[in-house]
Design a binder for this molecule. Structure first.
Ligand code: C5P
Length: 222
């Protein structure tokens, strides 16, 4: 089979990238983390100290930005030009500002176009917020991953402990709720489940169980 597209969307910290990466690995598909693209742009805009709601200023930065992915373990490495930003784009300052940048219509137009170009190269697993609805509306497999906000905060907390980021659990839960609210209510392609997406609640599932479920759904489509 050629060129199957798997779109994985859902709210913050539902496990999308962990699961998407493993699905891609098992199926030998390309993996594209679209959130990393919005994060890289946000990092660059913060470093340039531009007003994040100033669309033309942010777009000027995007124009000069060369976002690149390179394989890496446990996570894909992200570069802006030659500079590695894999860790920097996961810092709280970026996480708490990325939804503002991602709400800019012109930014979405550009990044969606780049994401569609990446997907043209063949079989792909792409995760984000609008993959099934806007980036790859024709994807054969669409998954909408959800989990309770308490569980998502707990997972983010665990992840942060490993990175040496020390934000209290209650603060993380609040931040996740705010980000979901912003992502779900923005004007341009807000976070919503595509009509033909399969909703998978991961609250009580292990990573392996979620991966197996998505692969089973994919196998039905081939
Ligand atoms: O997936 P991740 O949490 O890294 O995404 C960071 C942010 O980027 C999201 O909260 C959202 O604001 C934005 N995003 C988006 N559309 C995507 C992927 C991410 O708006 N396809």
């Amino acid at each position: 089979t050629v060129g199957l597209q798997i779109a994985i969307d859902g709210p913050a910290s539902a496990g999308k990238s962990t699961v998407a990466k493993q699905v891609a690995k098992q199926l030998h598909y390309t993996y594209c983390d679209t959130g990393a693209m919005y994060r890289a742009l946000t990092l660059a805009a913060l470093r340039a100290k531009v007003n994040l709601t100033d669309e033309s200023a942010v777009l000027a930065i995007l124009k000069t930005l060369q976002i690149q992915f390179k394989p890496g373990s446990p996570q894909q490495r992200v570069f802006i030009g030659e500079q590695e930003v894999t860790q920097a784009i996961r810092q709280p300052e970026v996480t708490n500002n990325v939804s503002t940048v991602a709400a800019l219509a012109g930014v979405r137009r550009q990044l969606v176009r780049q994401q569609q170009q990446i997907a043209q190269q063949g079989s792909i697993v792409m995760d984000g917020r609008d993959i099934g609805t806007a980036v790859l509306p024709q994807a054969q497999v669409k998954i909408f991953l959800v989990a309770s906000v308490a569980e998502r905060a707990r997972r983010r907390y665990q992840e942060n402990v490993h990175k040496g980021i020390d934000t209290p659990l209650a603060t993380l839960q609040k931040e996740i709720e705010i980000r979901d609210q912003k992502d779900s209510t923005r004007k341009v392609s807000p976070l919503t489940q595509a009509k033909d997406a399969v909703r998978v609640d991961t609250t009580a599932l292990s990573i392996d169980q979620v991966v197996a479920k998505i692969i089973a759904i994919t196998n039905e489509k081939q």
